[in-house]
Design a protein around this ligand. Structure first.
Ligand SMILES: NC(=O)c1ccc[n+]([C@@H]2O[C@H](COP(=O)([O-])OP(=O)(O)OC[C@H]3O[C@@H](n4cnc5c(N)ncnc54)[C@H](O)[C@@H]3O)[C@@H](O)[C@H]2O)c1
Length: 356
């Protein structure tokens, strides 16, 4: 069992996390409980949660459909309406039981309902355990523009019970590992080395703990992303644009899958800007390629990808601002890149994917 201290709240990790949740309910007083989950976490995680926490016996369960499409204003409105119908007051607690979609959406809903009510995160996907459940970024998408509406509001507590991973599909395990590799690349060269030398990551609990602890350190220094927290966006300028463009198409990618492509393209940009050596670039590309087996990007998507990158939240003065690597284990924020450079980076990426 491990406890990490974050910005005014704690992150409880390990086999004892649900016992800690019971302690939390003993200390805090709420008028009512609302558990937000999707159909998968309702089936695989809710029974464990309810049987371990007697305080939740009268909790209302609000189920959303799984998938990125639920990070939408209509779904948020549906939850707000349900909260009003069920007379949720300022002392109500929202419990986000799910992956990053549930915690982003549920956190956002809570952060503005009646000008803000408390919420806790009980992440059930690897991505949410290693990344999304911590740091207070909440939000929804607007059309195809990802996470463009949201708040930075910290949860009251985060409870990470690794046993929930047993039912997580393999594709979603890899999806979450993408953010773990990102965390290593931007902040810990030794961690990167450890990850790169493992053929299969079998020690999930330890890599998740390391990843969330690295993220927590970054977030605590800069909660509102004025400066160093921007580092967490490595791979995301291009990755988010790819994710958005492919959303709803037959080539749709999961968040982490798109971020892997973004990291490979942005590693090449880092090399072009003389921030990483050729050897480091080749190491990054071959490790990410072998671990995640990403697919090529069709040339017909390139224009749409650059158009979306021009709309990225991190931009300023109509320039695309990107986080690049500054060697392995370090980063450089606010590097200006152009649409033409993004296209070149993706052409390089495609050329490395098709070679043996
Ligand atoms: N707020 C942040 O800091 C932050 C950081 C990274 C990513 N994100 C966001 O997170 C989202 C992606 O998160 P995700 O990958 O967890 O997606 P997700 O919430 O859609 O979960 C992935 C899939 O796994 C299922 N699932 C989750 N836990 C399960 C379990 N224990 N057993 C069986 N199935 C389970 C879900 O139902 C879903 O089908 C994106 O919207 C991304 O923008 C947010």
């Amino acid at each position: 069992m491990k406890t990490l201290k974050s910005i005014g709240y704690s992150i409880e990790l390990g086999s004892d996390a649900l016992t800690q949740l019971n302690q939390f309910f003993k200390k805090e007083t709420y008028s009512s409980y609302f558990i937000i989950c999707d159909e998968n976490t309702l089936t695989h995680c809710l029974p464990t949660l309810l049987s371990s926490c007697k305080a939740l016996k009268d909790a209302e369960v609000i189920e959303i459909e799984s998938g990125e499409a639920s990070k939408d204003i209509e779904i948020a409105t549906h939850i707000w309406q349900t909260l009003i119908e069920l007379k949720a007051d300022k002392q109500a607690l929202i419990i986000n039981l799910g992956g990053g979609v549930v915690s982003d959406l549920g956190g956002f809903v809570a952060s503005v309902y009646k000008r803000g009510i408390d919420f806790i995160n009980i992440p059930t996907s690897l991505l949410a355990m290693a990344d999304a459940s911590v740091g207070g970024k909440t939000g929804i998408d607007l059309g195809t523009v990802k996470n463009v509406i949201g708040t930075i509001t910290q949860p009251k507590c985060v409870f990470i019970n690794f046993d929930f991973l047993h039912s997580l599909p393999e594709r979603h395990v890899n999806n979450g590992l993408a953010e773990v590799y990102k965390m290593a690349l931007i902040s810990d060269a030794n961690f990167w080395k450890k990850l790169s030398t493992q053929k299969n990551i079998t020690n999930l609990e330890s890599v998740i703990t390391k990843s969330i602890s690295l993220k927590n350190t970054i977030v605590k220094k800069d909660p509102f992303e004025k400066n160093s927290r921007k580092a967490l966006n490595f791979g995301h300028t291009i990755g988010h644009a790819i994710e958005s463009v492919l959303l709803g198409t037959k080539n749709e990618l999961l968040h982490g899958e798109a971020i892997v492509i973004g990291m490979m393209a942005e590693a090449w940009l880092s090399y072009q800007k003389k921030l990483v050596t050729k050897t480091a670039l080749h190491d990054i590309i071959s490790v990410l390629k072998a671990t995640f087996n990403p697919q090529t990007i069709l040339p017909s998507y390139m224009d749409a990808i650059t158009t979306i990158a021009l709309n990225d939240k991190k931009n300023s003065k109509n320039e695309i601002r990107c986080v690049l690597l500054n060697g392995v284990g370090d980063y450089k924020i606010d590097v200006v890149i152009t649409p033409a450079q993004i296209k070149k980076a993706l052409e390089y990426y495609n050329s490395r994917i098709i070679e043996n």
